[in-house]
Design a protein around this ligand. Structure first.
Ligand code: HEM
Length: 502
């Protein structure tokens, strides 16, 4: 009897709790419309918020500055209506909030919107050429998963990527000797360093991709050298795409000169890379015998699996693998130049040749402070309730990683370059593990994270080893500033100085 009463009581309590929770959640979950942030106007979108003096935000050079204003003004969840042509963005300043979405979206295939113009180019304008194979940057859903499953092993297996090290060392040595020649000519160094690093980056990714040198580090490269066209494309595509994505709604984008220019640049990028790819395919066929795996380029490995995928992946590598790596290595050299102690410590490790732990920590720390992309992005495929708000399917969920990575609440001495935080014991207060694991994501998150990560890391490590062994890098000017055009870039001029290393 007593037992029965007890279970009846428990049931009563459960029913009461259930209805109370329902009541609570009804009360507390606010509609999407109630979320604070920037509202769009019918014709101009949100452009007016960025007008000098009058706009709520004002003009901003980079996403970091924009995120800072939005966070301070609106708090941890901020909505931006119509920021990108297609939808509404929500910026989450609490890692737990976007963590929930990013993890839930891992399966079956995370959605990350591609640039509208590139999607149009591949899926409409040059539909016949692509024939349904769109590449990682624009494919979605099952098409993306199928493509990614085919290319993952060739690009991401550390054992396979390491095999390119000797070729990358040769390329790094060429850049070092070119920079060395400029060390007594500061103006030339300041003028040339960006393009030399960009050419090194292209030469390196081309070697991994095509299995051959394309010769863009040679002296006096002629203006009609195809490598120049590729570096031009890799800079102009994000610039123009950015202008178009953020242009006010009243502009008919497809009729704009930017759009036409961009379509021509996509054609140029495709034609030049196609020539390189065809040339590499010819060399592979002419060999007539199977190459041992350790000598195969990414293209050769992928050709054995699926020709269309191989060509598309090679094309994307010759675009996505240029400015990204050039920016990352320039940022690292800058951080080492303004932190002489860290640079000396790194040089000691390089010369001892017994470990690369400090080098890897320097790369991570530099990407924490100067990431190539300020933020990560996922599109929600279903409805969520996050931080007390309803978030509908089709929302762009932004993780403002660069901004969060520089907050003291996640990293002590957050704005300083402290590679040690990636190496110290867990008990040390500066240990990186004290920050939420979703705060710093320079290569993105999960199954859709950067496919070029291992290649990029190897290229950067190889160059820094070769350079610092010989050269001390100094910085003689004011702090380096960042501007964002989809990917981050540095404002010129550069003030690097190179002196012989002791
Ligand atoms: C330091 C250099 C680099 C950085 C910091 C970087 C960063 C990123 C980030 C943040 C993403 C988005 C990931 C996500 O949504 O979760 C991405 C995607 C991608 N990256 Fe990189 N990247 C770098 C170098 C490269 C290189 C060298 C290549 C080519 C070999 C490359 C090719 C790609 C491609 C194709 C994607 C799309 C992947 C997909 O959607 O499946 N990246 N990268």
């Amino acid at each position: 009897m007593i037992l029965l009463n007890r279970s009846a009581m428990i049931r009563q309590t459960q029913i009461f709790q259930l209805s109370w929770t329902r009541y609570l959640s009804k009360e507390r979950v606010k509609p999407f419309d109630a979320m604070p942030g920037l509202k769009a106007l019918p014709v101009i979108g949100i452009m007016h918020h960025f007008i000098p003096f009058f706009g709520t935000i004002g003009p901003k050079n980079n996403f970091f500055d924009m995120f800072e204003v939005l966070y301070n003004k609106y708090g941890p969840i901020v909505k931006m209506e119509g920021m990108l042509a297609k939808g509404t963005m929500v910026m989450f300043f609490e890692p737990d909030h976007y963590d929930k979405i990013y993890r839930a979206e891992e399966s079956p295939a995370p959605l990350r919107m591609g640039f509208e113009a590139l999607v149009y180019y591949r899926e409409e304008l040059r539909k016949e050429r692509f024939d349904g194979v769109y590449g990682l940057t624009t494919a979605q859903g099952e098409k993306w998963r199928e493509f990614r499953t085919k290319v993952n092993p060739a690009l991401l297996k550390p054992k396979i990527v390491k095999l390119y090290a000797p070729g990358l060392e040769e390329i790094a040595d060429e850049l070092v000797s070119k920079l060395w020649k400029m060390k007594d000519h500061p103006e030339a160094l300041s003028r040339e360093i960006e393009s030399e690093i960009t050419k090194w980056s292209l030469e390196s990714v081309a070697l991994v991709c095509l299995g051959k040198r394309i010769g863009c580090l040679q002296d006096n490269l002629s203006d009609d050298h195809p490598a120049k066209a590729l570096t031009y494309c890799s800079k102009s595509i994000p610039d123009l795409s950015f202008k178009l994505e953020f242009a006010p709604r009243f502009i008919n984008k497809r009729n704009s000169s930017w759009f036409k220019q961009l379509m021509n640049i996509f054609d140029l990028q495709w034609e030049v890379s196609e020539k390189y790819i065809e040339d590499a395919k010819r060399s592979i066929n002419e060999k007539g015998q199977a190459t041992p795996e350790e000598d195969q380029s990414v293209l050769e490995k992928l050709l054995a699996i699926d020709e269309k995928v191989a060509v598309m992946m090679a094309n994307e590598m010759l675009f996505a693998g240029i400015d990204t790596v050039a920016y990352a290595v320039t940022g690292l050299l800058y951080n080492l130049a303004i932190n002489k102690e860290a640079q000396d410590k790194l040089r000691q490790e390089i010369r001892a040749q017994t470990s690369t732990k400090y080098l890897k920590a320097c790369v991570k720390e530099s990407l924490r402070l100067l990431p190539v992309l300020s933020a990560n992005l996922r599109e929600t495929s279903k409805d969520y309730v996050i931080g007390g708000y309803q978030i509908p399917a089709g929302t762009f969920a932004i993780a403002p990683n660069e901004y969060l990575s520089k907050l003291e609440k996640f990293y002590p001495r957050a704005k300083e370059f402290v590679p040690e935080r990636w190496l110290v014991e867990k008990t040390d207060p500066i240990h990186y593990g004290n920050a939420h694991p979703m705060v710093t994501l320079p290569f993105g998150f999960g199954v859709r994270s950067c496919i070029g990560r291992r290649i990029a890391e190897l290229e950067i490590e190889t160059l820094v080893k070769r350079l610092l062994d010989k050269v001390e890098v100094q910085w003689t000017g004011p702090p380096l500033k960042v501007s964002t055009k989809v990917i981050n870039s540095f404002k010129k001029p550069y003030h690097f100085k190179l002196v012989p290393a002791k």
